[in-house]
Ligand binder design. Structure first.
Ligand SMILES: *Cc1c(COP(=O)(O)O)cnc(C)c1O
Length: 345
């Protein structure tokens, strides 16, 4: 089986399993779990923030950020295809009671002028703009990296209006590797950040939310309200420590393989794939010229080749590389698409 659905399918390494077994634990709601405390201190340091909080998932981290920044009736500015808007089951309205102002941005970049215009003034009729969200790398934009100069521009604009910036950095590690910079070079342009430990970094569970110390204290209360106060969580924090210390550099291999996959697929007649647009570990494949749906192609890939991908639109397939995908898997996948191309004609 070649599972290209998501980097979330990565399983913990042997070292992670061992660390789980040996983790020193305590009750984390009493803040007495030494392993969770160590993970949070390490994450804060790596991300260049005062404090960090271990949360159950990326979605929980993002939603705690929205809940901590806003009151019901506020407005948050989000990219129109951002995960917070698109993939979190309407939580910003269901839980935080805020409304969204979505702006379309090519490659995940909302135009600066559009953000400027979207920021609300003081008029009694208007809601308060309480947060600007960014996503780096941007999932639905095919793993596109937000450039540092863009992040800086957004941050400066936000600061001029005293509006906080939250970064959904589920794949921040991929962005840092692609840019060849330390993650702090990116997080310097955001007040708070959510990062996933359980995607390309291969930890089994969890995300980190990082930001200023008093803000993280409030966030900790929201985590408790949402039922995310965990007890002997050291057993799941221990692999997170390994994720942060040992697993980032190998992401370059995932990026190289994604590029190879896109380059191979681009040579197949009737497939719309742009290798130049592949910046990290995500490849978007448009099968519309074949005149069949993404679901149809995915079913053939699964039944005949044991290859799995995700539909991202009626004719769009998303394929993602990760630790369990080898060079040989890339070759096999290109070959499978080639065989299918002969059948759909
Ligand atoms: C996966 C992802 C999340 C959410 O993470 P979960 O742990 O699955 O809740 C948030 N943002 C982006 C961009 C993601 O890709």
């Amino acid at each position: 089986m070649i599972d290209l659905r998501s980097d979330t399918v990565t399983k913990p390494t042997e070292a992670m399993r061992k660390a789980m077994l040996e983790a020193e634990v305590g009750d984390d709601v009493y803040r007495e779990d030494p392993t969770v405390n160590r993970l949070e201190e390490l994450a804060a340091e790596i991300l260049g923030k005062e404090a960090a909080l271990f949360v159950t998932s990326g979605t929980q981290g993002n939603q705690i950020a929205v809940l901590t920044y806003t009151r019901p009736g506020d407005e948050v500015i989000l990219e129109a295809e951002s995960h917070i808007f698109y993939y979190e089951a309407g939580a910003v309205s269901a839980l935080a009671g805020v409304q969204t102002r979505t702006l379309s941005g090519p490659k995940g970049q909302m135009p600066i002028e559009a953000i400027r215009e979207a920021i609300r003034g003081n008029d009694i009729h208007l809601p308060r703009t309480a947060m600007i969200g960014l996503e780096n790398t941007h999932n639905r934009a095919g793993g596109a990296v937000l450039p540092l100069h863009y992040m800086k521009q957004v941050y400066q604009l936000a600061q001029a209006h005293q509006i906080p910036v939250h970064l959904d950095g589920a794949r921040l590690w991929n962005a840092a590797v692609a840019l060849g910079v330390d993650v702090k070079a990116i997080t310097q342009y955001t007040d708070t950040v959510q990062v996933c430990l359980s995607k390309g970094l291969s930890a089994p569970v969890g995300s980190i939310l990082a930001g200023p110390k008093p803000w993280i204290e409030e966030a900790r209360k929201w985590r408790k309200r949402l039922g995310g106060g965990m007890r002997q969580a050291g057993v799941i924090a221990a692999p997170g420590i390994i994720a942060l210390t040992d697993m980032m550099n190998r992401l370059a291999d995932d990026h190289r393989r994604a590029k190879a996959l896109a380059t191979g697929l681009a040579q197949i007649k009737g497939l719309n794939v742009d290798p130049d647009s592949v910046e990290t570990n995500i490849v978007m494949v448009d099968v519309s010229p074949w005149g069949v749906s993404a679901q149809h192609v995915l079913a053939l890939l699964k039944e005949r080749h044991h290859i799995f991908g995700n539909a991202f639109g009626p004719f769009l397939i998303r394929l993602m590389t990760h630790r369990h995908i080898s060079d040989q898997d890339i070759e096999k996948t290109v070959d499978a698409f080639l065989q299918i191309s002969r059948n759909v004609k």
